[in-house]
Design a protein around this ligand. Structure first.
Ligand SMILES: [Zn+2]
Ligand SMILES: [Zn+2]
Length: 276
C-alpha cells in the first residue's frame, strides 16, 4: 500500500512531517510558524487546506507552535492526547477542532491509521506515532528520554522509522548549557542520544525496516556525521546493511517512500521481530 513522507522541518527551530497514503494527507506536528508551515507545504505542491488532520506529539513549542493558527486558517482538525490539549489551554481557543487520541486506540483518517504510542518525555501525555496504510507503516518518534519496551513493541513492524538522535552525551556534558538543562536532556524523560539510537537499532529495530531517518539533532551538542557514524556502525555490526540511514536537518527532506520491496536477490520482507 502506498505510503510516503517528507520532513518539513526538524530540530529546535521547528518540527513538522507530512505523510501521504491512499489519497490522504496528514501532518505530524506543527512546530513551524503557521505561515512558514503553509509556505513549505505549498513549495512542494501541497495545498494546506488539503491536509486531512494534524496530529500533535506534545505541547512543546518546537512541535506545536503553529498548530492553532494553522488549524484556524486552513480548517484542519487537530488530534493529540488529552494532556496535550490541556497543556496548550485549547479549551478557550477558537479553531477547527480537537480530537482526543487515546494511547493504543488507532485513529482512522481515510485509509490511514494513526496510533499514538506513549513515550517518556517531560510533557503532558506525549506520543510517538505509528502511521499505517494497510500493512505498510512508518514509525515516527521525536522527543523521548529512553527506549521503552512499549516503544519497541509498537515499532516492531515498521517499514521505515524516523527517530530523534538528539545529542552526543560527551559534547553535551562539555558544552555550555546550564547543568540543570544538561540533566534534563540526559534524563529518562529528556532526549535520545546517538548511543541510545545505536542500542535501539542493534536490538529493537524491526527486521522489516529498510529506512531510518535520524531527526531532531541538536545543533550545539551533535554533528550529523557523528550521529550517522554511530548508528551505521551499530547496524553494520548486526549485518543490517540493507537499512538506509538518512539525516534530516532543520530544512527537512525530500519524499521518502516507505515499504519499497528489496531489490531482487536480496532477502527480506519477513515480519519476524528481534526481541528487545
Ligand atoms: Zn522537540
Ligand atoms: Zn519536547
Amino acid at each position: 500500500m502506498s505510503l510516503r513522507f517528507r520532513v518539513l522541518g526538524s530540530g529546535s527551530t521547528g518540527n513538522a512531517t507530512l505523510v501521504e497514503g491512499g489519497g490522504v494527507r496528514i501532518l505530524l506536528d506543527a512546530g513551524l510558524g503557521p505561515r512558514e508551515l503553509a509556505e513549505r507545504l505549498q513549495s512542494v505542491g501541497v495545498d494546506p487546506a488539503s491536509v486531512d488532520a494534524l496530529f500533535l506529539s506534545h505541547e512543546h513549542q518546537d512541535h506545536a507552535r503553529g498548530a492553532v493558527s494553522f488549524s484556524r486558517k486552513w480548517g484542519v482538525r487537530i488530534c493529540g492526547s488529552r494532556g496535550t490539549y490541556a497543556a496548550m489551554g485549547l479549551g478557550a481557543e477558537d479553531f477547527a477542532g480537537y480530537d482526543v487520541l487515546e494511547a493504543d486506540k488507532p485513529r482512522a483518517v481515510g485509509s490511514l491509521t494513526v496510533r499514538g504510542v506513549p513515550v517518556p518525555h517531560d510533557a503532558a501525555g506525549p506520543f510517538a506515532f505509528v502511521v499505517a496504510n494497510g500493512s505498510t507503516s512508518l514509525g515516527h518518534a521525536t522527543d523521548f528520554g529512553h527506549v521503552s519496551r512499549t516503544f519497541v513493541e509498537a515499532f516492531r513492524d515498521c517499514d521505515a522509522v524516523l527517530v530523534e538522535s538528539n545529542h552526543d552525551p560527551d559534547l553535551l556534558r562539555r558544552g555550555d548549557y546550564p547543568w540543570s538543562l544538561k540533566e534534563r536532556i540526559l534524563g529518562p524523560r529528556g532526549h535520545l542520544s546517538n548511543q541510545d539510537v545505536a542500542r535501539f537499532v542493534a536490538q529493537g529495530l524491526a527486521e522489516t525496516c529498510r529506512t531510518l531517518v535520524l531527526a531532531h539533532l541538536s545543533q550545539k551538542n551533535n554533528h550529523p556525521e557523528l550521529a550517522q557514524g554511530c548508528i551505521e556502525g551499530a547496524l553494520a555490526r548486526r549485518g543490517r546493511t540493507e537499512v538506509k540511514v538518512a539525516i534530516t536537518d532543520a530544512d527537512g527532506t525530500g519524499w521518502v517512500e516507505v515499504g519499497t520491496p528489496p531489490p531482487p536477490g536480496q532477502s527480506g520482507g519477513g515480519k519476524q521481530l528481534r526481541l528487545f
